[in-house]
Write a protein that binds this ligand. Structure first.
Ligand SMILES: Nc1ncnc2c1ncn2[C@@H]1O[C@H](COP(=O)(O)OP(=O)(O)OP(=O)(O)O)[C@@H](O)[C@H]1O
Ligand SMILES: [Mg+2]
Length: 337
């Protein structure tokens, strides 16, 4: 029998994560493409380096927005270039396990199929795994005889709440707030308090350096930006309190949505969730004390995943490696029109 190559793929708004079964390794690269007119100039991490630094005729964009594929062609190119780096001899025909958002329309499902059966990548077998199921498997949530567990994934451009009972997702909600909105909120806060314009990349740097949701530490960083009034470059020392005020705006919005979501859960399941704790994952949960902050806001305890942004790809890895878990993946076929 011909040995087919198997990959797990988690397409995110900020990064693409790929797991290669053959190499038994996970890879991560920025989901970005830089183009000048119709010419692609840079892809992945290289393209991210150009983000907010390039001249106006160069567009640097992510092919995904709010966790959905927005530009099919660019997404295919970004994925192809990343897979080529992992495996020089990609060949034709391999099995691709995608983590996908819930409640997708037929067109959105087809987008995943076309990403790996388009111009560059061809004749792939496509399987889809609902992202909260992959997260749940990674975090070791019991799939059978489970009275109710809640998974929350805070990513780059979206936050997803899902309730699982006996391996089925019975309720879910996606909110368009994530790490990127936090970066923007930090920039807005700095503009408001210091009259200083900074880029979202600097906002992100400040978030990673100083972001923490307990006000225990006095911290500050120097940044360079453009003065809103004079239009000239200026240095400024930014306090950690300002950065955290921006982050808190977003986390409060997420927490408020979570509270509304929690109120809609049937009582028996809600009781089980409150006893077990809510499972928290996604890259943005790397902000220190976010679990405690959300717990004090909602009154429910949280179990923070040790995998952060990698949890979905870890779940896909489990499904690929363990044949008993394969029933969580649904094959997708191209329907003739
Ligand atoms: N140390 C850190 N502190 C705070 N935020 C972080 C840290 N490391 C990464 N992040 C944020 O995590 C986000 C990426 O998370 P993740 O990889 O889960 O998103 P994604 O899967 O690409 O996006 P989505 O699921 O929304 O499509 C980014 O916004 C990034 O800024
Ligand atoms: Mg994600």
């Amino acid at each position: 029998m011909l040995l087919r190559k198997t990959y797990g793929i988690d397409l995110g708004s900020s990064t693409i994560k790929v797991y290669s079964f053959l190499k038994n390794k996970s890879y991560m690269e920025k989901n970005m493409v830089a183009s000048k007119g119709h010419t692609i100039i840079a892809i992945g991490n290289e393209a991210y380096e150009m983000f907010e630094k390039s001249p106006v005729n160069i567009a640097v964009n992510s092919p995904m927005t709010f966790g959905m594929i927005a530009n099919l062609e660019l997404q295919e190119i970004a994925l192809y270039s990343m897979m080529k780096k992992i495996d020089k001899f990609l060949g034709i025909g391999s099995d691709m396990f995608f983590s996908v958002p819930l409640d997708m329309t037929a067109i959105e499902k087809r987008a995943y199929y076309h990403v790996v059966n388009g111009h560059w990548l061809r004749q792939k077998r496509v399987y889809m795994v609902e992202a909260p199921i992959a997260d749940a498997l990674a975090m070791g949530i019991r799939m059978e005889k489970n009275e109710g567990s809640m998974v929350v994934n805070i990513g780059a451009q979206s936050t997803q709440f899902s309730i699982l009972t006996d391996g089925n997702i019975i309720m879910s909600r996606k909110v368009p707030i994530g790490g990127r909105q936090m970066n923007e909120a930090i920039c807005a806060e700095i503009r408001k308090r210091y009259n200083l314009q900074i880029g979202t990349r600097t906002g992100k740097r400040l978030k990673i350096a100083m972001g923490r949701l307990n006000d225990q530490r006095k911290d500050a960083r120097k940044v360079v930006g453009i003065d809103s009034i004079s239009g000239l470059p200026r240095e400024e020392i930014i306090s950690g309190y300002v950065v955290n005020a921006g982050i808190m705006d977003c986390v409060n919005a997420i927490a408020a949505e979570m509270k509304i979501f929690l109120e809609r859960i049937p009582p028996q399941i809600a009781y089980h969730i409150s006893r077990e704790g809510i499972y928290l994952t996604g890259g943005s949960t790397r902000i220190p004390y976010i679990d405690n902050y959300l717990a004090s806001y909602t009154g429910v305890s949280f179990n923070l995943s040790p995998f952060y942004e990698k949890s979905t790809i870890c779940g896909l890895e489990k499904i690929i490696r363990d044949r008993d878990l394969r029933n969580w993946a649904q094959p997708v076929k191209q329907r003739k029109l």
